[in-house]
Design a binder for this molecule. Structure first.
Ligand SMILES: Cc1ncc(COP(=O)(O)O)c(C=O)c1O
Length: 310
């Protein structure tokens, strides 16, 4: 979040307008809401999938476009090339959070981003034991300016987490490849289970952004996160998550260990059904941030937990 805060605070002034995707990571949305309330920054939310909607949202004072490559937890993919092209045409700076995708299958600067941010606490660190973040710049001058600002804010990485992030980079491509393969296998098998009403993963032909996934995620590697909707709703989500033995019920992602979360029972438990629906989450939605375990061990665990909700 300090990388994201530095980029936003270091780029925006009162009176600027931001176009931001709906359903961003909660703390990013809260930061934008705070900038709107206390700094007089205007924010318009868009789907991230519709170039015409983005054009309609543009104002003379639009300064920044903010997207996430893969949305949480429904794994919708933002139309990075389409929206970045409109931003460029209008002199608007494009920022994208590529944490869920990682630079292994997706490098947004190749698609026109000006700044790419990553929480290195996730896939880059890879072991769930170090907090950190980075911002990657397409432009040297912008990098220099925002780097200087990060020193003023004190948003500087501590040495040991920085070292752990760099060490994580050495195995990033192997881990992410395995996580994508494991996620694809789970997505395919879960799709055939009667207790599951929908599976969300960009590797599936049924995914609403499948064509974008093929273009943006190195031929359709869908990332390591998938979501499933359990027919039994909130109670089934709780039973399923509690029954897992190999996977761990925890909110983070990008760990070598599979982490499973049930938003309606944990991070989003304060939302009623109507408000859950507004953020694209069903009472029985479960997110699986797949690790690098043996795929059959992982499937055996998921299958035994599913039996508890049949
Ligand atoms: C997409 C995304 N961006 C940013 C963050 C913030 O990361 P950190 O907790 O390392 O500040 C998260 C954390 O879950 C995230 O999911």
């Amino acid at each position: 979040m300090s990388a994201i805060s530095t980029v936003l605070l270091g780029s925006l002034s009162s009176g600027d307008h931001v176009i931001a995707q709906r359903g961003l990571y909660g703390a990013t949305l809260a930061l934008l809401a705070d900038l709107a309330q206390r700094w007089g920054v205007e924010v318009t939310h868009v789907s991230g999938h519709d170039v015409e909607e983005m054009r309609a949202a543009l104002r003379p004072n639009t300064k920044l476009l903010y997207l996430e490559t893969i949305g949480n937890p429904t794994t919708r993919i933002a139309d990075l090339p389409g929206l970045f092209a409109v931003a460029r045409e209008h002199g608007v700076m494009s920022v994208v959070d590529n944490t869920f995708a990682t630079p292994v299958p997706c490098r947004p600067i190749e698609h026109g981003a000006d700044v790419v941010v990553h929480s290195t606490s996730k896939y880059i660190g890879g072991h769930g034991d170090a907090l950190g973040g980075i911002a990657v710049f397409a432009d040297r001058e912008r990098h220099r300016r925002i780097r200087d600002y990060s020193c003023q804010l004190g948003a500087t990485a501590a040495p040991i987490p920085a070292w752990l992030a760099l060490r994580g980079l050495r195995t990033l491509s192997l881990r992410v490849q395995r996580q994508c393969d494991n996620a694809k296998l789970l997505a395919e098998r879960l799709s055939a289970d009667p207790a599951v009403t929908a599976v969300h993963h960009p590797s599936l032909e049924s995914h609403p952004d499948r064509e974008l996934a093929v273009r943006l995620l190195d031929g359709g590697a869908g990332g390591g996160v998938l979501a499933l909707d359990l027919a039994g709703g909130r109670e089934a989500g709780r039973v399923f998550t509690d029954a897992l033995r190999l996977a761990l019920a925890a909110v983070s992602l990008g760990d070598v260990k599979t982490l499973v979360s049930h938003p309606a029972g944990t991070s989003h438990r304060q939302l009623d059904e109507r408000r859950l629906e507004a953020v694209g989450i069903e009472p029985g939605t479960v997110r699986i941030a797949v690790g690098i375990e043996h795929p059959e061990d992982l499937w055996a665990d998921v299958r035994q937990a599913l039996h508890k909700v049949h």
